[in-house]
Write a protein of this length. Structure first.
Length: 118
């Protein structure tokens, strides 16, 4: 994930930390019996990249050379609104476990909730 530059801001995750958070997040989703089937056949490297970029921007990092983050990374999987909320809850849990500040966790939740239109 080159081009993200060096940050964190106020103790938030650096690029390696974001990648680790996304890996943990996808593992949590894959371990959920209801959500796991939605990941079958998905290009996990591409999905991880989209998620990492959106999370980086949500945490105050640079957007690279795009204007809008890769919104909708989950949208194309056909999740219900309730399933999407659970996916975002998994993200919040991962970030909290990594001691990301509450405000940054909230920003990340909003970024991924917005991609579902809510």
């Amino acid at each position: 994930m080159s081009g993200l530059g060096a940050y964190p801001r106020q103790g938030w995750l650096d690029p390696a930390g974001v990648r680790d958070a996304v890996t943990r997040w996808l593992r949590a989703v894959a371990a959920d019996a209801e959500l796991a089937p939605y990941l079958i056949g998905v290009d996990s490297a591409r999905l991880s990249g989209h998620l990492a970029l959106t999370l980086t921007v949500a945490l105050g990092g640079p957007a690279g050379d795009i204007v809008r983050p890769a919104a909708g990374a989950w949208r194309g999987l056909g999740l219900t609104e309730a399933q999407h909320r659970r996916v975002v809850d998994y993200l919040a849990g991962v970030l909290q476990a990594l001691d990301v500040p509450a405000g940054a966790v909230g920003a990340a939740r909003r970024a991924f909730a917005d991609e579902a239109g809510g």
